[in-house]
Design a protein around this ligand. Structure first.
Ligand code: MG
Ligand code: MG
Length: 275
């Protein structure tokens, strides 16, 4: 028998605090993304991000997480996730995913964006654009999903329908529930699976985070015990938002407009949270 780990369902008030955590995070990511340019070090991007959290009185859920030494993950080029900020200075055409989180009054947020420094390669723009759209397709699917597995099915259907060179959906790393901890049940797969549970119901809060690659799906963890790279050295992108399901609809907690600008073209209107 499989035992499903218990899902933490949130009240309206709790989701409003999670939105506060998401808005602080959104602003910190705005500033980190704006600081991306050729020559900036990933440690400097971490500093920009941390300064916003400090200003807002929020804390980092990444710093110290199983010993992680920074407040964001910076994953450059063939690094997929969990890259550690340091002395590396971005070079022209580097593609970097910046993944961060914030905690406000004990409630967590988690979000990631991909950016390109300097002159982008067209295939990297395409990779990032499709990964971001895959995330939005997954979020849109949540609005009418019966099961959490419907999210991965929507991401999978979209990515496999895109014309042009095929992109791979990583299976080693997945999205997750979020709330009083950054990582909670359930897992949110980014691909179609026969294991669709649990059911979607009000109070469910999820981090939806597809990771796409230009080459094979095999990954390797570097000697720093954190940085995950593609084994074939091809490039990767990650996009992520934290999203709440409430009694009247969905709301993207880490987007100032709740996701409206990207969800409305997909036929979904986010509904503001209420206590
Ligand atoms: Mg994240
Ligand atoms: Mg996450």
């Amino acid at each position: 028998m499989f035992r499903q780990p218990k899902v933490e369902y949130k009240t309206g008030e709790q989701m409003l605090v999670m939105r506060d955590a998401g808005l602080v995070l959104s602003r910190a990511l705005d500033e980190a993304v704006a600081a991306v340019r050729v020559g900036v070090t990933t440690a400097e991007l971490n500093g920009v991000f941390e300064a916003v959290l400090q200003e807002e009185g929020a804390t980092s859920n990444f710093l110290g997480y199983h010993g992680f030494p920074a407040s964001i993950c910076t994953s450059v080029n063939h690094e997929v996730v969990h890259g550690i900020p340091g002395g590396y200075a971005l070079q022209d055409g580097d593609i970097i995913s910046i993944d961060g989180g914030a905690v406000v009054r004990g409630w967590h947020s988690d979000s990631a964006r991909t950016v390109i420094a300097g002159t982008p390669r067209p295939e990297d723009v395409r990779l990032s654009r499709i990964t971001e759209e895959a995330m939005w397709r997954g979020i849109a699917a949540l609005a009418s999903a019966r099961f959490v597995g419907d999210i991965g099915a929507a991401i999978d259907d979209y990515v496999s329908s895109v014309p042009g060179p095929a992109l791979g959906i990583l299976e080693d790393y997945v999205g997750h529930g979020i709330g009083t901890q950054m990582h909670q049940a359930p897992d949110v797969l980014n691909y179609r699976s026969s294991n669709r549970a649990p059911k979607v119901r009000p109070g469910l809060c999820l981090a939806i985070e597809p990771m796409l690659v230009q080459g094979g799906l095999q990954t390797t963890v570097l000697d720093d015990d954190w940085t995950v790279v593609t084994t074939d050295g091809r490039r990767a992108s990650q996009w992520e938002h934290s999203v709440a399901v409430h009694d009247a609809g969905i709301w993207v907690l880490s987007a100032p407009d709740g996701g409206a600008s990207r969800l409305e073209p997909l036929g979904v209107t986010p509904v503001p949270l209420h206590a």
